[in-house]
Write a protein of this length. Structure first.
Length: 282
């Protein structure tokens, strides 16, 4: 079971989305058409199969506009569901439900889309040692939620931001003189005892230099399958090997079978589609 995010992390995102949608005058359609004391019963349901994520976004959206609304989840985040599955039932003030509907669907649909795609990648590498991880290519302001959705799909989170791990990329190397070994040496000298150091290389010719000062992780950027296998052989467990670049559902199995430990997939968050979820009155 996936540990849910604390409401204190989710609620500000939900409030900002509601404020954006309500604008300067609130939901003038609901105000014009629906009596202020009208009640409504609705069901969130999937229109396609997928993996659920973001139920708390829907719950908090409804509660923000109607604190007395009754929200009953029928499934849990991380659950694989079929088309037509009821995800949650809500009973409450009709205006509030109608005004919160789009925010709830936008967030839950996107997060469930991420969880669904992640599960496809995880299933594609089943039986290998490789783990599927995300990247920092997330929607600004939604990173915690989108990385949570990756976990719902069975993936693992890469670093959350620039401050929780050192990742030396090609431009960092260029900016400190062009030496992979020197860049890693500086990073290791600066890093605290709990801070991991990763270095990105773009060819086998950089591998020995990358390993000279014992980084925790070496990223193999756009390596061929043969070069990945050779890197696995040479490293022989001295560092975690991460494959990156050119990863899709058609290539990920072959990449995993080279023996790398981690495969990072930016597409999990930067180009994913939403899971089609609807809200219907009952």
């Amino acid at each position: 079971m996936i540990e849910p995010l604390p409401d204190t992390l989710v609620a500000p995102v939900v409030r900002a989305a509601l404020a954006e949608d309500l604008g300067r005058a609130g939901d003038i359609t609901a105000q014009a058409c629906v009596p202020p004391d009208a009640r409504l019963n609705v069901v969130f349901a999937t229109r396609k199969a997928g993996v659920v994520s973001g139920l708390d976004c829907a719950r908090l959206a409804m509660a923000e506009l109607d604190p007395q609304a009754r929200f009953e989840a029928m499934v849990v985040d991380g659950e694989q569901v079929q088309a037509g599955t009821a995800l949650a039932r809500v009973e409450g003030n009709a205006r509030a439900i109608l005004s919160a509907e789009r925010t709830a669907l936008n967030l839950m649909g996107r997060l469930s889309g991420i969880a669904t795609l992640t599960r496809e990648y995880v299933d594609a590498v089943a039986g290998t040692r490789a783990r599927i991880v995300d990247t920092r290519k997330t929607t600004p302001g939604l990173r915690a939620l989108e990385k949570y959705a990756v976990r719902c799909g069975g993936g693992v989170n890469h670093r959350f931001g620039l401050d929780d791990a050192i990742l030396i990329k090609d431009n960092h190397i260029a900016a400190c003189g062009g030496s992979v070994a020197e860049a890693v040496r500086r990073a290791k000298a600066q890093a605290g005892h709990l801070t991991k150091v990763e270095v990105e290389i773009d060819g086998l010719g950089q591998l020995d230099a990358a390993l000279e000062h014992r980084p925790d992780v070496v990223m193999l950027d756009n390596f061929s399958l043969d070069d990945m296998r050779e890197a696995v052989r040479r490293v022989d467990g001295r560092a975690v090997l991460e494959a990156s670049g050119g990863v899709n559902l058609q290539t990920v199995r072959a990449i995993a079978e080279t023996g790398v430990d981690v495969i990072s997939v930016g597409a999990l968050t930067h180009s994913v589609g939403v899971l089609d979820i609807g809200l219907d009155a009952v």
